[in-house]
Design a protein around this ligand. Sequence first.
Ligand code: ADP
Ligand code: ADP
Length: 236
Amino acid sequence: QICLEACDLSVRYGGRLAVSGVGLRARRGRILAIVGPSGCGKSTVLACFNRLHDLNPACELRGSIRLDGQEILRPGLDVLALRRRVGLIAQRPNSLPLSIGRNLTFPLRHHGMGRRVDRQDAARRALQRVGLWEEVKDRLGRPASELSGGQQQRLCLARALVLEPEVLLLDEPCSALDPLASAVVEELVASLRGNVTILIVTHNLAQARRLADDVAVFWNRDGVGYLEEQGSADAV
Ligand code: ADP
Ligand code: ADP
């Protein structure tokens, strides 16, 4: 069953074509790896799925993206509601410059969870889900920047999961981590299979093979990124 589908998606930055004619399908509850050399538009395409480009006036999208059959590129869409359903974790561990606890309660408040006890309860469950609760429960008021890179990346995952998204977009979630921390994050991502539809950009083919059900291979021609092929991970 298709959860997320892009058709003939093109992206321009300041008029310059960066990605052209991408058709991509993500099956519900499965892990789709997006691989390819750098500069071929993987991050650009990933970010389209939660309309991150709305923040960049120089960026122009063409084509169609449907979530459960509903067009998400149409004007007037409730983008906040979309971002609740489709979470994005950017490349660097990018915890917010807030306390560990507020990294989780802030998005909940932003999305309208009114009661403090509910926010803190949801925060605890999200931290437990990424295996961080025991490590941080006594220092929820400390700055998130005190955590290691691997812990911060797990905090970012918790921050996305706390909103109970249907889709998670992961942009090279392990590229800034040491091998041990990388393995922990990879295992966590694998543990979400079945519950969340995951799109993961990775330059690590071995990781794509271990994690993914499906793989999309991007390439570029004359500086314009495109989808070279998409298929089952066994075929890559
Ligand atoms: P990848 O993730 O495969 O490395 P990107 O999506 O980051 O590729 O980049 C694809 C192309 O789009 C590149 O040519 C890059 O320079 C360009 N690009 C990406 N982001 C921006 C931006 N914010 N402004 C202008 N050009 C951009
Ligand atoms: P406030 O309304 O004061 O902004 P928040 O809901 O944002 O409250 O609470 C975040 C703060 O509460 C954190 O900085 C942390 O120190 C503290 N806290 C206590 N217990 C928890 C918990 N289970 N989860 C998250 N934060 C907690």
